[in-house]
Design a protein. Sequence first.
Length: 260
Amino acid sequence: MLLTVDVGNTNIALGLMKGNETIGRYRLMTQTTRTSDEYGFFIMTFMNQAGISPEDIEDVIISSVVPKLMYSLTAAIIKYLKRKPIIVSGLLDTGITLGMEHPSTVGADRIVNTTWAWHTYHRSAIVVDFGTATTFDYIDGNGVFKYVTIMPGLGISLHALTGSAAKLPEIEIAKPCSVLGRNTVNGMQAGAVYGYIGAVEYVIKTMKKELNDPDALVFATGGLGKVIAKETDAINAYDPDIAYKGMKIIYDLIKEQNSQ
C-alpha cells in the first residue's frame, strides 16, 4: 500500500492507494509550526480510522509546495512509519519533459498533474487545478510540459473582496440559481461563481487558440474544481484524485527504474 501526501498552501491531503485505487482520503490544514510528533499523530489517526497499520504501508511519496514544513513532515514519516519518503521534484524521471523556462522552479503539484495527464491519455492536455491559486498547465502531444497560466483562486478572490469592502460579509462559495442577485449575499455569490466560470472558460479558450490545439483535453482537480467543472463544457472531466494518481504513477516509474 502506498501513502501519497499532497502538501498545498491551504491543506495537506493524504491518499491511501491500494494498487491504482484510492481507498482513503484525509485532509488537515497546512500549518508550518507543527512538530513531527503532531504530524505523526494525525497520520496514525487517519490510518487507524482506515484500519491500516504502519506495516501495511510499503512506501510514501510526497508532493509539496510548502518547503517550510517538509523537515517536520519527513521526520514524522520516518519515525512513525519507518519509511523514507520519496519527494517529487523536477530531478525525478517522470516520463515527461519540463520544457518551460527555469524548470527547477516548477512546482511539484504541477509535475504530478501533468505526469498523470500524459501517462493516462498520451495526448495534449490542460490540467486546471483549483487550489489556493488556480493553475492551467499544458502538456503537448509529445509529453512536453510547456506552458502555465496562474490566476488567484476563488477563495483568495472572495477573501480580497470581503477584506477590502467593510460592509460585505463572509459568504459560502455556492452557485445561486441566477446571476441576478436579489440581495447582497446572492449578488456576491453570483459574481464570484459565475464570474469565475467565465474567467476559466476564457483562459481555456485563449490557451487553445494560441496553442493552435483546439482538441486538447481539459481536466479539472482541486477542492473547488467540482463547483466550477460541472457548470462549463470547457472542462472535459473533473477528478479529485489526480494528485494521488499522479504520485502513484511516479512511484511505479521509480520502482521500475530501480529494478533495471
